[in-house]
Design a protein around this ligand. Structure first.
Ligand code: MN
Length: 243
């Protein structure tokens, strides 16, 4: 029995190292149709299984056989520069950004309550929740072409709203204002075209109804506790100021 078990374990271990892809597509916490009517089931399915899957596949392809294979996603994001490897930059960003997006969305009946710490900080930084919504919408609407609007924790532990192009995000050194994103809104047309066509404002109104503030609150706590990452962002800012 134990002999077969060990042989089986060794086989499993070998096949895992041989076949395992470092990054995998996450599962959605809810069914595609649960996000309707705000985002339709077909958009959810295509967005996850075609768009996000392509980022995962290409990310794995671009790191295969390189030192990046053993790196975490944040470490990879921290390493991308404007002059090298846009393929890695776009696909690492695509994977990270969408993973966050799926986590913070939930059907209305499944959404939890925001923690006091984040609510207090939003009131301090923006005045109230509605002003934050306006800031995020402004960032999302003024993003020309494809990109993201973010709520993030800055290296000084404040909240800020920023927007980035394509699949960039504020962890990347190519982005001017660094931070750890705790909420991201995908404003690529593939996120809304089937239901809203070119009406980005209508999509933004709808997606607001899907934000699970309990999860965003948890992201806020995690970001503030992630001293290692915040320190990396601080030292990058210092280096930039010097040069
Ligand atoms: Mn997308």
């Amino acid at each position: 029995m134990s002999y077969y078990f060990s042989v089986f374990s060794i086989f499993l271990a070998l096949s895992w190292t041989h076949f395992a892809q470092p990054f995998v597509l996450p599962k959605l916490p809810y069914a595609y149709a649960d996000y309707a009517p705000y985002i339709d089931a077909q958009t959810m399915e295509i967005h996850l299984t075609k768009h996000h899957q392509a980022y995962v596949n290409n990310l794995n392809k671009s790191i295969e056989g390189t030192a990046y294979e053993s790196w975490g996603i944040e470490e990879i994001l921290l390493s991308v520069t404007s002059s090298q490897n846009d393929f890695l930059r776009n696909n690492a960003g695509g994977h990270y950004n969408h993973s966050l997006f799926w986590e913070i969305l939930a059907p209305k009946t499944r959404q939890g309550v925001i923690c006091d710490e984040l609510l207090k900080e939003i009131n301090t930084a923006f005045g109230n929740m509605d002003s934050l919504r306006k800031e995020l919408n402004k960032a999302a609407m003024s993003r020309f072409g494809s990109g993201w609007a973010w709520l993030m924790v800055t290296p000084k532990m404040n909240l800020a709203v920023v927007s980035t192009a394509n699949q960039d995000n504020p962890i990347m050194p190519v982005v001017e204002n660094p931070g750890i994103p705790i909420l991201g809104i995908d404003v690529w047309e593939h996120a809304y075209y089937l239901n809203y066509q070119n009406r980005r404002a209508d999509y933004l109104k709808a997606v607001w109804d899907l934000i699970d503030w309990k999860v965003v609150g948890e992201k806020y706590q995690l970001a503030r506790a992630n001293r290692a990452l915040l320190d990396r962002l601080v030292s990058r800012q210092k280096r930039k100021k010097k040069s």
